[in-house]
Design a protein around this ligand. Structure first.
Ligand SMILES: Nc1ncnc2c1ncn2[C@@H]1O[C@H](COP(=O)(O)OP(=O)(O)OP(=O)(O)O)[C@@H](O)[C@H]1O
Ligand SMILES: [Mg+2]
Length: 349
């Protein structure tokens, strides 16, 4: 082989999920990494000294947030536009997750990135422009498609990805889904956190709360089911810990997007040919971090009872499912065909 010719063995395949809340990477040799999608810079020289660094990413940024200028560079699953610091943060985040991938020397990184079902062309272009600086080739696919691929339910199935910024819905009909098969709603985990924060503030005006505390409470106790006993939280009031009953507030906040979610699922079931609707009903997949909230499967099954017997499958690993699905596609399909999967850019690096 000529010296400059690139053999496919020199490619190194990675799957990436750039999430509003968390970003994950998995690689062809089994390395996995996840980081909170948050970046911070010290505000002054003392901040640099305290942090021991000029930038903080992920958990470190959360830990030191008080002394940092913070950016959540992804909103509703895409890079925020218009604020230069957010673009810079997005690039730092991308560099960071690539650094987690332990890429062997001389290998060329080829990545498939999951993006929300309805990401705009402009937001995809921004993402491609940023990521191709750090990868040999990059291709974007929709997140629910990645999940369906991982679960091997590519025909007559419905994927519902319950994330932080968006709820993504997608019907799989035996081919790569296009815009007509996909819907995104912008009421998801972050929206629930804000609702829960406001209702708890209302009920316990003296409780010391922030969105981080509320998000953790939701991740520990999130449910839409009554009858599971009281949900109690230890919160500080005037500096003193107090045990408070937050059952009603939790159930009501976590239920907030249920009517919208059910309405979309019904529309999607009906979008299948009548002969395949029964099969689609048996292949409803719930993914995303919010799929851990108890009771969404039961409420969907009940809402679809008129249509028949629905079967809802909650995926086992919402943290890595999109990245794993993206990696699986990337290793099954040779890189030279990736542009048929979705928007693609190459840097030649
Ligand atoms: N165990 C849990 N119980 C309840 N909610 C959870 C749990 N784990 C994570 N979440 C919530 O799931 C959401 C994050 O899900 P996920 O990581 O799928 O989102 P994302 O990919 O970052 O967002 P998006 O797909 O919208 O860009 C957050 O709102 C988080 O609080
Ligand atoms: Mg996601």
């Amino acid at each position: 082989m000529a010296k400059n010719q690139i053999s496919s063995e020199s490619n190194f395949i990675v799957g990436i999920d750039l999430g509003t809340s968390r970003s994950a990477i998995v690689t062809e040799n089994g390395v996995k990494g996840v980081v909170e999608s948050i970046v911070g810079w010290p505000q002054d020289i003392i901040g640099v000294k305290v942090l021991g660094n000029s930038i903080a990413i992920g958990d470190t940024a959360i830990e030191f947030r008080e002394l940092l200028e913070i950016s959540h560079p992804l909103a509703h699953g895409v890079i925020k536009e218009g604020v230069p610091r957010d673009i810079e943060a997005a690039e730092e985040l991308i560099k960071h997750i690539i650094s987690l991938a332990e890429v062997p020397e001389k290998k060329k990184i080829c990545g498939i990135i999951g993006v929300p079902a309805k990401a705009s062309l402009q937001s995809k272009q921004i993402l491609l422009d940023l990521t191709k600086k750090h990868m040999h080739q990059v291709t974007l696919i929709s997140e629910p498609f990645a999940v369906a691929y991982r679960e091997e339910r590519l025909n007559n199935s419905i994927v519902i990805d319950l994330g932080a910024g968006t709820l993504n819905f997608c019907t799989m009909k035996g081919r790569i889904p296009d815009q007509n098969n996909q819907v995104s709603l912008e009421k998801a985990g972050n929206f629930i956190d804000t609702l829960l924060f406001e209702s708890l503030k209302n009920k316990f005006p003296d409780a010391q709360l922030n969105l981080n505390i509320v998000k953790k409470l939701k991740e520990k106790h999130g449910t839409i089911q009554r009858g599971g006993g009281k949900i109690v939280a230890e919160l500080r009031m005037h500096g003193k810990p107090r045990v408070l009953d937050i059952t009603d507030e939790m159930i009501s906040a976590c239920s907030a997007f249920v009517p919208n979610m059910i309405e979309e699922i019904k529309k999607l079931v009906i979008s299948f040919d009548p002969e395949f609707q029964e099969e689609a009903m048996k292949n409803i997949i719930l993914a995303g971090g919010m799929s851990k909230v108890k009771g969404y499967d039961a409420v969907i099954k009940e809402a679809l009872a008129d249509f028949g017997d629905a079967q809802i499958h909650i995926i086992d690993d919402p943290v890595y499912a999109v990245a794993e699905g993206a990696l699986k596609i990337g290793t099954d399909i040779p890189v030279k065909y990736w542009s048929q999967l979705g928007e693609t850019a190459a840097s030649g690096k």
